[in-house]
Design a protein around this ligand. Structure first.
Ligand code: PDD
Length: 281
């Protein structure tokens, strides 16, 4: 396997970053994840747009042009012969003597790209069964719209989910409303049959998959309420699911141990997964 580190492709086992990389010391960096279908980046445009926005919000210099970055990402996919999988890109503010404030503006940002293959048959089998989610108090910072590598609350939440046999953790804010998952956006078809997902004015990531699913819904003539929901509403919902570059559209069959609907993947979630995969191909 080959990974890209600061200007060159190196063997996965030999890939290294400096101990004074600000991503390592201060979580001073951002990332993006693209799904790969048939060797091509899914929802490429949306992820690039969010990448530039994350960099600009944190005033991290652009490491290279969009065109150059696209070439390197494609090369990472090609070299690793990834047909179905994921590409991870991370950009940090670079290497400098430890100091919380920014280093000299000439410090080059550090770029890492890792592409890896996924067994789509295995993920389809998982989707056919759906996943359980747990809920956990929201304890992240106030800028979850920036896709930073500061993921400790997300990592802890995901681990708590795993220890309880669940596939995702949903954060719940002070008002008792679900914000989003540790690495996905959260959706339900509520007890009245309304499809709902939280609005992005709240402190959540503006999911690229979420946006694409919204476009697919519009094409299908289906309506969506951008309105948050409580864990209780999710437990009483007809369906629930999550969206993200890693999970695509993944049915949720239980919330905190309570079955959602009949405890099987819902028809809309299943249909949206198929439509999304068709769109992403
Ligand atoms: N996570 N919310 C959070 C907190 C996320 O980390 C992600 C993505 C999403 C969904 O965004 P998108 O549809 O653009 O992938 C929502 C990636 C996949 C990850 O951390 O691996």
């Amino acid at each position: 396997r080959w990974v890209y580190v600061n200007g060159q492709f190196v063997r996965h086992g030999q890939a290294m970053v400096h101990v004074e990389d600000r991503g390592y010391q201060l979580a001073d960096g951002i990332y993006e994840v693209w799904a790969v279908f048939n060797g091509a980046l899914a929802d490429s445009e949306g992820h690039f747009e969010r990448l530039w926005r994350s960099l600009d919000e944190l005033r991290i210099p652009h490491p290279m042009s969009r065109a150059a970055l696209e070439v390197v990402l494609k090369e990472a996919v090609r070299r690793n012969r990834v047909r179905e999988g994921l590409v991870y890109l991370q950009v940090t503010r670079g290497v400098a003597k430890r100091d919380h404030a920014f280093p000299h503006p000439s410090t080059p940002p550090a770029v890492v790209i890792v592409a890896r293959g996924l067994d789509r048959a295995a993920t389809e089998a998982k989707a056919a069964g759906g996943i359980s989610v747990i809920t956990t108090p929201e304890n992240r910072w106030g800028r979850c719209d920036i896709k930073t590598v500061g993921l400790l609350p997300n990592a802890l939440a995901k681990q708590a989910a795993r220890e309880r046999g669940a596939g995702e953790a949903w954060f719940v804010d002070d008002l008792g409303l679900v914000t989003e998952g540790a690495s996905s956006n959260a959706w339900i078809v509520d007890g009245e049959g309304n499809l709902r997902t939280r609005d992005t004015n709240a402190n959540i990531l503006r999911g690229v998959t979420r946006r694409s699913v919204m476009d697919l819904l519009a094409k299908e003539g289906l309506t969506l309420q951008e309105k948050p929901f409580t864990p209780e509403e999710a437990k009483a919902a007809r369906e629930a699911f999550i969206t993200g570059a890693g999970s695509l559209v993944m049915p949720v069959v239980a919330v905190d141990g309570h079955p959602v609907g009949d405890g099987k993947p819902g028809p809309l979630a299943t249909r949206l997964r198929a439509l999304y995969i068709e769109h992403a191909q």
